[in-house]
Design a protein around this ligand. Structure first.
Ligand code: ADP
Ligand code: MG
Length: 333
């Protein structure tokens, strides 16, 4: 964020026209951002899934992070919620508070990041609000998507005996944040550091696989605050317990390197945030079809444990002994 000169500053309406209107062009119900509001036309037999996430400079991203990556992460963390709820992405609303220091160059790069991911995930800008503010750069995005009526997987649906699955790998983004903070990381190979950093900067929302889940699974959650904490949300709302075999927790090569070098441990990997993977529970009869669906989507899917009648989460080590987890996930308050 460099200094903005008046010559660069087009004013609020020109800013909307230049920066944001192109992102709204593909959906005619946005009216090219020339009206007070956009329209959503209900689709028969579907329900609209709505979710919002906010990112504040200095809290959720570093003020000098690349604008395009900040934009893509903002969109992707919301897409991850839609994925966990089995929704087809439709549109989004963007609300931003800009401090004076934000330049047009920054905003153009921000919009380019959004454009790239709009194309990748087939979602369009529908509207928003822009203000200038004295505080840090504040970005809020509300995403909407469609799911078959009655089929949105809730957190609360887990049943005793369900298998517990998780997509991708766990703990990388939290390690990547450490790499970002320290600008490199001791004994870790260059490649491993790069991989972890990438996982922190650019989540991979599991949208395609998410679409295959409704009707097959009982409960689902987007892992944003650490696997242990988010599994905890499923167990609380479902009033169930769980047994997790930590040896089955999927780890990347880089995370394994960090583990073997003693730079992290299992409790930290299980409580680190920003994974943006999906954790879900499903009856045994769908084991094969779920694995096939994941295969077809090119997503790693791991069965890590099962739902028990009650008693919270128990994490078992290789010898079957319960592991002590010192901290739960990240909490803002
Ligand atoms: P209002 O005066 O009703 O707040 P605005 O002048 O703020 O209206 O907005 C005009 C149009 O620009 C609206 O269609 C609104 O959705 C859109 N808009 C404003 N800011 C943004 C933004 N940051 N992202 C996307 N659309 C925006
Ligand atoms: Mg406004």
């Amino acid at each position: 964020m460099g200094k903005k000169t008046d010559a660069e500053h087009p004013g609020e309406f020109a800013l909307i026209a230049e920066i944001f209107a192109p992102l709204a062009k593909a959906d005619q119900n946005s009216f090219g951002l020339t009206d007070d509001a956009a329209l959503l036309s209900p689709i028969s037999g579907k329900e609209l899934v709505v979710t919002a996430d906010m990112m504040i400079a200095g809290v959720h991203f570093f003020p000098d992070d690349e604008a395009g990556l900040v934009a893509r992460k903002l969109l992707r963390v919301n897409l991850s919620d839609l994925a966990a709820k089995g929704a087809v992405p439709h549109g989004y609303i963007l609300t931003i508070a800009l401090p004076k220091e934000v330049t047009m160059a920054w905003l153009r790069a921000f919009a380019a990041g959004l454009a790239a991911d709009q194309a990748e995930y087939r979602i369009n800008l529908l509207g928003g609000d822009t203000t200038s503010g004295p505080g840090p750069l504040c970005l809020s995005l509300t995403a909407m998507g469609w799911v078959d009526r009655g089929l949105m997987p809730r957190r609360s649906g887990a049943r005793g005996g369900d298998d517990i699955y998780v997509t991708g790998t766990i703990g990388d983004a939290a390690l990547g944040l450490q790499v970002r903070r320290d600008r490199g990381w001791g004994n870790l190979s260059r490649q491993a550091s790069k991989d972890l950093l990438q996982r922190y900067l650019l989540p991979q929302p599991r949208v395609a696989l998410g679409l295959r889940l409704p009707g097959r699974i009982h409960a689902s959650i987007d892992i944003s605050d650490g696997l242990a904490a988010d599994l905890g949300h499923i167990l609380e709302t479902s009033d169930k317990g769980a047994e997790i075999e930590t040896a089955r927790i999927p780890l990347s090569i880089a995370a394994r390197q960090a583990l073997e070098a003693g730079m992290t441990d299992m409790p930290q990997l299980l409580s680190g945030g920003d994974d943006y993977e999906i954790l879900f529970t499903a009856p045994l009869e769908h084991r094969q079809s779920l694995m096939e669906a994941a295969d077809q989507c090119g997503v790693r899917l791991s069965r890590i444990g099962r739902i028990t009648p009650s008693g919270g989460a128990v994490f078992l080590d290789e010898k079957g002994h319960p592991l002590a987890l010192a901290r739960a996930g990240y909490q803002h308050f």
